[in-house]
Design a protein around this ligand. Sequence first.
Ligand code: ATP
Length: 126
Amino acid sequence: MNNKHEPFIIHRYKSIGYAFKGMLLLLKTESSIQVQFFLAIILTLAGFFFEISSLEWIIQIFTIILVMSVEALNTGLEKICDFVHEDFEERIGFIKDIAAGAVAISSLGALIIILILYTPKLIHIL
Ligand SMILES: Nc1ncnc2c1ncn2[C@@H]1O[C@H](COP(=O)(O)OP(=O)(O)OP(=O)(O)O)[C@@H](O)[C@H]1O
């Protein structure tokens, strides 16, 4: 529970704690995040294997962050939807669909970026 009267530093410290708890909850409970985390590990290993440049690392890390952040926000939105309206409701379906659309946009973008990064390297070793 947040206490708005506690010192700023304590308040910030607790907020960071909640945020880390949120990351662990996502990893423990959400299969989509687990799959993305697994793919992030594969990409990290690929980065070391192909000795990608600093700029390529930055692009790859940003790509992973983007997809996983959008997925996390989508998960939160789904939970709110289920909390406010458990039964079938067209407007809830619409909200969930457009939130899933955001995940699709970031995932397709990520796929294109990863293909641009690794296709030449894969062709080179084949
Ligand atoms: N309460 C509802 N009313 C109307 N349509 C819904 C409702 N709940 C889900 N839907 C429809 O089903 C789709 C999938 O919803 P769901 O909450 O199962 O998301 P998901 O991405 O499959 O979830 P998960 O995180 O389990 O993978 C939504 O995009 C929406 O079209």
